[in-house]
Design a protein around this ligand. Structure first.
Ligand SMILES: [Zn+2]
Length: 107
């Protein structure tokens, strides 16, 4: 609410699963917040709920499995929210997809 609203950029997407099944996905970006090293722009809080994805090149090495991020890696942020005021600071549309896909397909 109020002065920070203009910095909150929300986009919505629809993913059609079948003729009568539609998932609604939403992304959130805050123009006034860029990284976990910055405090929450709404309440100046510095504790966050943060979810990210990370993958790399995995292979067997002697008796173990090692990850080599120098060959190939993929990582990024999925969701960040302030723990103090619950403001969503970043949400990738895949976050909603992950949640709704689980509700839909895991019984
Ligand atoms: Zn906050």
């Amino acid at each position: 609410m109020g002065i920070n609203d203009e910095n909150r950029i929300v986009e919505t997407y629809e993913l059609r699963l079948s003729a009568d099944e539609l998932l609604e996905l939403e992304s959130v970006i805050r123009a006034d917040w860029n990284a976990l090293s910055e405090p929450c722009p709404k309440c100046q809080g510095t504790e966050f709920d943060h979810l990210r994805y990370e993958g790399g090149h995995y292979g067997h090495h002697e008796d173990g499995v090692v990850q080599r991020t120098d060959y190939w890696d993929q990582k990024g942020s999925l969701y960040t929210a302030c723990k103090s005021c619950d403001e969503v600071l970043y949400k990738h549309p895949a976050y909603d997809l992950l949640e709704q896909w689980s509700d839909h397909y895991v019984k």
